[in-house]
Design a protein around this ligand. Structure first.
Ligand SMILES: NC(=O)c1ccc[n+]([C@@H]2O[C@H](COP(=O)([O-])OP(=O)(O)OC[C@H]3O[C@@H](n4cnc5c(N)ncnc54)[C@H](OP(=O)(O)O)[C@@H]3O)[C@@H](O)[C@H]2O)c1
Length: 343
């Protein structure tokens, strides 16, 4: 008989008011019996968790893509996890898989009830890479650019949140496709990284410059593609300068997530009609069947030195409530990951 596993999990104590604060969460200690799994379940040890801005939306009461978390629920999160026990025929102990395993050491998952299925990785996969440079943010950037942005050589692409995990990938995919790329990011260090390491053509520091004025002055009605990670008010600044037949790829609206679920959109909407502008939101998993080919292409770009990526890896489940809010204050330098176990 195996020993009971000691488990720690962060639960949602109250719904955050704006950017989450540590007091919105409560650490609960309990135990799990690995020999007493109900049928069709897997028990996983979470190894790495990805801090994703959308988690903030799941903390609201409103239904969105992800079912809202109930108060007292373990905080839901995308993880790389190792299966330690299973009563499901498709999954065996030792497998490493993508899971929505949550902010906890161990998670007991009812496979039939998962709203995001388990996605096992090939043996030997590096968990940091799997959820970092080859993770869902990079896939969102890939599909958002290729399927929605439809880049052509010579297009002018503007990307918000450009120094972040998704934004830096979208911007560099734009470069690979022959676009002139303008990034919008906060602070001198991030702007320098985009210019010097990622090879962007122009960078606007939204914390130091008036983005609407800069876009109107340098790129008036010339933006062919706007890849939006942040929503308003930067969405308005780009919207007002779209070129005829421009495409707006709505990837996320993270500047607006700390609100209560009401996401404002741009005004002067008739520009869409007169400019024949396409504005399309997307969720990367919509192109699920094309993920292996997309990952192969991204790997090829990494190997060719065309695709720079920063992983901002922190340590410790206990630190999650203090780390997660950094997504909304710009504290992260690249994909924000937290290591929950050594291997
Ligand atoms: N549609 C999909 O399938 C999909 C999948 C993954 C992610 N996403 C979306 O992609 C976006 C980026 O997510 P990520 O995980 O890659 O995060 P990230 O960009 O790595 O981190 C968030 C960054 O956003 C910037 N930021 C924070 N508040 C801001 C504000 N008020 N105005 C402008 N910038 C602000 C900060 O950088 P600065 O220091 O530059 O301010 C921060 O570092 C989110 O909207 C997310 O929901 C969508």
């Amino acid at each position: 008989m195996a020993e009971l596993l000691r488990n720690r999990r962060w639960t949602l104590k109250r719904r955050p008011n704006g950017i989450p604060v540590p007091d919105d969460f409560e650490l609960v200690h309990d135990t799990i019996d690995p020999d007493a799994l109900p049928p069709g379940h897997v028990l996983v040890r979470n190894m790495v968790t990805l801090c994703a801005p959308d988690q903030r939306n799941w903390m609201n009461e409103k239904v969105n893509f992800h079912p809202p978390m109930a108060l007292g629920d373990t905080v839901s999160s995308p993880n790389v996890s190792r299966i330690v026990a299973s009563t499901h025929p498709d999954y065996t102990p030792g497998m490493v898989s993508f899971t929505m395993g949550g902010w906890c050491d161990y998670a007991l998952l009812d496979v039939a009830k998962l709203y995001v299925p388990l996605v096992p990785y090939p043996e030997g996969t590096d968990p940091i890479k799997a959820i970092g440079v080859l993770g869902m943010n990079q896939l969102a950037a890939y599909f958002g650019m290729v399927k929605v942005g439809e880049p052509k050589p010579g297009d002018l692409l503007v990307v918000s949140g450009a120094a972040g995990s998704t934004g830096s990938a979208a911007a560099q995919i734009g470069k690979i496709k022959g676009c002139t790329v303008v990034g919008i990011a906060g602070g001198a260090e991030k702007c320098a990284w985009l210019r010097e390491e990622c090879g962007l053509d122009d960078v606007i520091d939204y914390k130091a410059e008036d983005v609407a004025a800069v876009l109107a002055e340098r790129y008036h009605n010339r933006i062919d593609i706007y890849f939006d990670n942040v929503g308003m008010p930067l969405l308005q600044a780009a919207f007002d300068n779209m070129a005829p037949n421009g495409r707006i790829a709505l990837c996320g609206m993270l500047a607006n997530y700390p609100g209560y679920g009401d996401m404002p959109g741009p005004s002067n909407f008739m520009r869409i009609v007169h400019g024949a502008i396409k504005m399309q939101g997307f969720i990367a998993v919509r192109w699920r069947d094309e993920i292996p080919a997309a990952l192969a292409e991204i790997k090829g770009w990494i190997d060719a030195g065309l695709f720079k990526h920063r992983e901002d890896v922190r340590d410790g489940l206990e630190n999650l409530p203090a780390i997660f809010p950094e997504l909304f204050t710009g504290g992260n330098r690249g994909t924000l990951l937290v290591r929950l176990a050594d291997s």
